[in-house]
Design a protein around this ligand. Sequence first.
Ligand code: HAM
Length: 423
Amino acid sequence: MSITGIKGMNDILPGEIATWQFLEREAHRIFQAYGFREIRVPVVEKTDLFCRSIGETTDIVEKEMYTFTDKGGTSLTLRPEGTAPVMRSFIEHKLHAQDPVAKLYYLGPMFRYERPQKGRYRQFHQIGVEALGVEDPKIDAQILAMLCHYFEAVGIDNVELHINSLGCRECRPGYRQTLVDYLDAHIEVLCSDCQRRYRTNPLRVLDCKVPACKEATAMAPSVLEHLCASCEDHFTQVKSYLTELDLSFAVNDRMVRGLDYYTKTTFEMVTSSLGAQNAVAAGGRYDGLVAELGGPPMAGIGFAMGVERLVLMKGETPLPAPRPQLFLAAMGEEASRRAFLLMSALQRRGIHAEMEYAGKSLKAQMRRAGKLQARFVLILGEEELARQVAPLRDMDAGTQQELPLEGLADRLADALADDGICP
Ligand code: HAM
């Protein structure tokens, strides 16, 4: 019996890769234009890093981590997200000493033991950014502008930006208590999950999808009415910059995030086209996190986009395999050797050239050229070698011309680079 892949962990096949490469290329291009630099961190970290940053009572830490003990007895976890590892690396390498402001981005697989369904997987990919060292609300607006710019550039438009503020260390505890008091009075109608967690993590109840909980929290006090003056001012400035930048957004005071490190601004890019998995990107500010993980007190804000969800939204139109510019059909050993050297010379010049490696009949080679949809075919046999010319067939136009073998690689490379051919 053959071995199959792991449930919720997908292969990305050559037929799908063009969309992935496009989404990644646009991320590099756009993020770099905003001054972000790529960082790559391992996919495995010490378990404690995630418990301390994401929060012990979150779904991710309680139920979704791929945790194992390595042969040395250390508890390790496949990263469920990118922010904590990037902070760990940032602190460990003292990047704050090089520059008081760090703007970083990353791409790669993340792992969560969730129940797989459309748009939700156990290995999924994120493209994320983190900006460290700026408290000013301008950076919140800039991060959001960059996120919107990205969606525009990749042609995904059926999304909405939702923003909220979760307050800070000063004002959150007061709000938390007000919410617990409110939930206390509604405890009997809450789902069992919320009954269990409402005292340890009351904000999560606001986010519960169970209709009874939704109904019970409909009249719950709003976090936005409990912000301290500084959080309120910050949020007002973020909103006014967004308006000045001409970005549309909706304030959603019921939006809480599934990770505990957030303070002040939080946001999600949501869509109605992916069913229950409606967040295509999400993030927020985490001003206390660097210090909590042993670094200097530093502000931070970032987001991550789910690449599988972007791909689903982009529509998985399988792009055809790239078409070779030239197929070299060779007959006889010497011609095959010459064709191979010519193909190698063209490939070094960036021309997509193909040939049949082992000798086959001309008919079989032409069939292969047809299947690959090669634009041109060059035919090389003993007779051509003797005459020092080779016919080049334009497969689209159905025409043919003879080219001298002398200087052929240069001539073809020049002509094919222009995607045409000259005699
Ligand atoms: P998150 O909301 O947990 O935030 O994930 C961000 C995005 O990753 C989601 O909006 C979704 O698109 C995608 N995603 C999450 N889980 C899955 C899954 N199981 N399958 C497919 N896609 C998924 C974070 O991870 C934070 N680290 C974001 C952040 C960066 N905050 C500040 N900086």
